[in-house]
Design a protein around this ligand. Sequence first.
Ligand code: 4NP
Length: 151
Amino acid sequence: MTRILFVCLGNICRSPMAEFLMKDMVKKRHMEDEFFIASAATSTEEIGNPVHYGTRRKLAEYGISVEGKYAALLKKSDYSEYDYIIGMEAANLRAMLRIFGSDPMGKVHRLLDFTDKPRDIADPWYTGDFDTTYNDIYEGLLGLLEHIERG
Ligand code: 4NP
């Protein structure tokens, strides 16, 4: 079982998009029993709120539902619960390391570091551009899946 936690600032735009897209990708590959996938926020700002309409609408284009997801706060204890803890941008990694203290097992990664064009995923909360966010997240998830499958 591979346990993956996606992390962003608010847990309403990018990390839920990564969570539910990754769940869909592993399901389509008939690998859903091999994964536990969730997402969390580094900020308390949106805790308890539902997924942002832009993310919901974009995922709905692909028939993916985010029903039942509400923003949750990253906890220090999450470090031992997951194999991969994946931020969307460099600032998320700095915030995670403040919460965890350190990353002795090398679990903390930036999603697009699993691609051949390492970069941050722009925050659609500010850009309003959920299409670019979706394309970037999909590219990162493909790279992550390849990395995991290579073992
Ligand atoms: P997310 O986007 O980190 O991708 O969920 C944001 C959501 C909320 C805020 C900022 C970014 N906010 O400032 O409340």
